[in-house]
Design a protein. Structure first.
Length: 371
């Protein structure tokens, strides 16, 4: 059984799978039917990774990729330790009835992805389509070395845009209201989701966006060409120099594109560009911070069964994403909370407040200021 799951989880999944047959393709019931099968979908992917790699590698903590794989297996309840060695539980390898059940859910998800993707029309449906495509990349990973990206840079930007609009925008509004900035620096501004939000806020007089992908930066410059208070740069933030200070520095899902030393350099640099009472807002997910997730969640809602149910599903996706982060060459570092705290300590910053970035407590807005 996966971590942080009640005994009702399997029963709830079965009920949702049954009810999903009553809904049409673009109904919430169909969306729930995908979510309810997500765990078994990921389990089959893990078994495929095992089959592709285990003949050559033991399940030992040799590198970040293997550690991430073990964390995902543990999260899914697939891992056991026998005579001091990590192993996939025997039932997942030999129990034919269990394998058929897992593969039925996997095939349901994959068949909808390949055969009916043109029918994914709601915003959440489209996000699910992207998520499935993203997770399927795991089937081709190697446990001993990173692989070349299977998806384009624009895919990741689009996925981030979808996530912001669906899950993160509401709580981001709370962060902005708390800080009340007048000048904003958006590092890794992607498709401009955050900039579009800032434009509509009273009191913000200047917005500076940095986007390393030249094609995205070019389209942003065209998009905002009539906005005199918006400046877009297509350069490495570590090589840019700003004379002005900013009240609000936004960093969303980009720390893993930087090495540990580059992160230290970045925050050392930002110390010179943050106003006296300014804040750096970092939107990021991390593994192995369940205590923090639960602590923050209890400040915002009562921890009911349905919250545990959604939390368990989102955790499975989270640990899958961490495995992707460690496996693909696009990413320089694996998001690790202890190293993040070390970077802040070294550069004279500390976390002032933590807000959930979404209602599933998948990611967080870490509000950072000077010590």
């Amino acid at each position: 059984m996966s971590k942080y799951r009640s005994n009702q989880f399997n029963k709830t999944n079965d009920v949702i799978k049954g009810l999903s047959k009553l809904g049409d393709f673009n109904s919430s019931l169909f969306e729930l039917s995908i979510f309810s099968r997500m765990e078994n979908f990921i389990k089959v992917i893990c078994l495929k990774i095992y089959s592709n790699n285990i003949l050559h590698h033991k399940l030992s903590q040799q590198n970040d990729i293997m550690c991430s794989y073990l964390d995902l297996l543990d999260q899914l309840g697939m891992l056991e330790i026998v005579d001091g060695e990590n192993r996939i539980k025997e039932s997942y390898l030999t129990d034919e009835r269990l394998r058929r059940k897992l593969e039925a859910d996997y095939n349901y998800v994959v068949n909808n992805y390949y055969d009916r993707k043109h029918k994914f029309k709601t915003r959440l449906n489209k996000y699910l389509l992207s998520l499935i495509e993203y997770l399927l990349v795991l089937e081709g990973i190697k446990l001993d070395k990173q692989i070349e990206p299977a998806l384009s840079d624009s895919f990741y930007s689009d996925l981030g845009s979808q996530a912001f609009e669906l899950f993160n925008k509401k709580n981001f509004s709370k962060v902005v209201r708390e800080i009340k900035p007048s000048s904003v620096l958006d590092i890794g501004c992607g498709n401009g989701n955050f900039i579009d939000y800032f434009i509509k806020q009273d009191g913000i007089t200047t917005i500076t966006g940095i986007e390393l992908q030249s094609d995205l930066a070019k389209s942003l410059k065209v998009k905002y060409q009539n906005q005199k208070n918006i400046n877009i740069y297509s350069e490495n933030i570590l090589k840019l120099t700003f004379k002005e200070e900013f009240d609000f520095i936004n960093i969303s899902y980009m720390l893993f594109y930087l090495s540990y030393q580059e992160q230290i350099s970045l925050f050392s640099k930002l110390a010179n560009n943050l106003s006296d009472k300014g804040r750096i807002v970092i939107c990021q997910y991390f593994g192995n911070i369940e205590d923090l997730q639960i602590e923050v969640s209890k400040k915002y809602k009562k921890w009911k069964f349905i919250d545990r149910y959604k939390f368990s599903i989102s955790q499975n996706v989270l640990y899958s994403e961490l495995l992707l982060n460690s496996s693909i060459k696009s990413f320089d570092t694996l998001p690790q909370y202890d190293k993040f705290i070390n970077v802040l300590n070294i550069t004279g910053f500390e976390i002032k407040e933590v807000y959930p970035a979404d209602d599933n407590f998948y990611s967080f807005y870490f509000i950072v200021g000077r010590k």
